[in-house]
Design a protein. Structure first.
Length: 144
């Protein structure tokens, strides 16, 4: 292998890349993902019939928070000055498309923050398609 992985030292051990010698430049990234949902869940989103409120607004805020917390969630991710995060959600016939865009002026990119925004935003939507749960006043529930 002629190229070596940047997050490994010469002994093959994980390390945080030293970016102190890099120039501060404007950087941006965009990531996307999809949450596949049943036709009933899509209809509930479109009709605003989610019992816990506006699931898309919650997912948008969760995505933004996820981008801001990327260094806490992803090992070896640099903490950076995150200057902009947008999370757009589009209800489609088979689920929800999530697109996150991140911007900074720093020494390293914002790809991980964009990916974290999509992932955490998607996690906030899964309550519309729980497969099984136990506890609480309803006890055990399994999707039919």
């Amino acid at each position: 292998m002629t190229e070596r992985l940047t997050h490994l030292n010469a002994a093959g051990q994980a390390r945080m890349v030293d970016v102190s010698g890099k120039n501060v430049t404007a950087r941006s990234a965009r990531a996307s993902g999809r949450v596949l949902l049943s036709a009933d869940a899509v209809a509930a989103l479109r009709e605003g019939r989610i019992p816990k409120g506006d699931a898309l607004a919650v997912a948008r805020i969760a995505g933004i928070q996820g981008a801001k917390r990327a260094p806490d969630l992803i090992p070896l991710c640099h903490p950076i000055g995150l200057h902009s995060v947008t999370v757009d959600l589009e209800v489609q016939d088979d689920g929800v498309l999530i697109v996150a865009a991140t911007r900074t002026a720093d020494r390293t990119g914002v790809e991980m923050e964009a990916l974290a925004a999509v992932t955490i935003g998607a996690l906030a939507l899964i309550d519309v398609r729980v497969e099984e749960k136990t506890g609480g006043k309803t006890g055990r529930w399994v999707r039919p």
